[in-house]
Design a protein around this ligand. Structure first.
Ligand code: TYC
Length: 104
């Protein structure tokens, strides 16, 4: 074999090194309940999910009417951290607000 050619093992090795690990994404949903105030849910969407006041209000009303609504899409660790932040802040205020996450 010519010294400038790659053998199959070398070619596979180079391909493996070039592979990019694309992280899986997760949808985070807010769930409706009968006790959390509309203002509090809107505040959560603004402060934790960085929605503007109009979007935050629209999402909150969607959850109120439909039972759940998309708050954002994140990698697994960020989704888990957002959910923990929502539940910590809700507990501190005595609200039962809950989130779920689903792999995209
Ligand atoms: N259903 C609540 C109420 O009537 C409002 C609410 C909206 C609660 C969205 C949770 O994720 C939620 N006060």
């Amino acid at each position: 074999m010519d010294k400038f050619e790659l053998n199959i093992d070398e070619a596979i090795e180079i391909r493996e090194r070039q592979k990019v690990n694309v992280p899986s994404l997760y949808k985070v949903f807010l769930l409706n309940d009968d006790y959390t105030t509309m203002d509090f849910v809107t505040r959560i969407l603004e402060e934790i999910f960085h929605k503007n006041p109009v979007e935050a209000t629209q999402i909150m009303l969607h959850v109120h009417k439909n039972g759940k609504g998309l708050a954002g899409i994140f990698t697994r660790e960020i989704a888990e951290t957002k959910i923990a932040s929502v539940e910590d802040l809700s507990n501190q205020h005595g609200f039962p607000l809950k989130c779920t996450m689903e792999k995209e």
